[in-house]
Design a protein around this ligand. Structure first.
Ligand code: F6R
Length: 241
């Protein structure tokens, strides 16, 4: 079931997203599922600002990253490990031992997927933050991914690699072709899901997620089966609803 919240611009969308996530931080042991990309950056800035201004502590927070590129070492400037540290973790007092992300530069990727999925199973995510791809992907679960998928190695669609080229000096050839991602079933285990989308480019994917057929061609449409999804949008992203 979806609750829909509008923001007039990116800052307003980020503020609304922050209002959703903030109460979870007060839990004794908060387990957050976190995403990378442009959509959550404003939210993460607000979390850091609140930590700095009000002393809101993250020492009791456990964080899980949604995905990681395969082939990039953790210290690569475009790894999701680096993204999450630069844009969020380094600005908070979260304990390094409580930060979990898949490793994308290991020899045995299948073992890494199994390792990550097993820690996820031991920790119910209180709130999972998601962005949505223009093709309807969530995490790196591209169209056609099984609704039964758990953490797995995924191939990135050409459209996703083109969308992400902006982080690689506009060079699509530099964008990795594969990633480890939580699967759709892993995502659906979260108690609450928060989707952030802004801009006209996301409008069709947002329509598919909320009003389209529930089908594997639009991975985000699985969220129609989740009892507790909040979607924070600007008017452009909502323009096809
Ligand atoms: C990133 C991720 C992706 C993005 C999606 C939207 O960790 O899992 O599904 O959320 O591609 O990306 P942005 O927010 O950059 O438009």
């Amino acid at each position: 079931m979806f609750s829909l919240i509008y923001g007039d611009n990116y800052n307003a969308v980020s503020s609304e997203a922050y209002k959703i996530i903030r109460p979870f931080i007060d839990k004794d042991r908060a387990v957050l599922g976190l995403v990378t990309g442009s959509s959550p950056i404003g939210l993460y800035k607000k979390m850091i600002a609140d930590h700095n201004a009000n002393g809101t502590s993250y020492r009791h927070v456990v964080a899980f990253g949604l995905d990681e590129y395969i082939g990039l070492p953790r210290d690569h400037d475009q790894s999701y490990w680096t993204f999450m540290h630069e844009n969020l973790f380094d600005g908070l007092d979260i304990l390094p031992a409580n930060i979990h992300l898949p490793h994308g530069d290991v020899d045995d990727l299948e073992a890494e997927c199994a390792r990550y999925e097993s820690i996820l199973r031991e920790n119910v995510i209180d709130i999972q933050v998601l962005g949505i791809g223009s093709d309807g992907h969530i995490g790196f679960n591209e169209p056609g991914t099984s609704f039964d998928s758990v953490t797995h190695v995924a191939s990135l669609e050409d459209s996703t690699r083109r969308d992400n080229a902006r982080f690689f000096g506009e060079m699509v050839s530099r964008v990795p072709k594969k990633a480890i991602t939580m699967g759709l079933k892993s995502i659906m285990r979260a108690e609450h899901i928060l989707v952030i989308a802004y801009g006209e480019k996301k409008a069709e994917a947002v329509r598919g997620m909320m009003q389209g057929d529930i089908c594997e061609q639009c991975p985000a449409s699985i969220l129609q089966k989740h009892p507790n999804v909040t979607v924070v949008l600007d008017r452009a992203a909502a323009s096809r609803l």
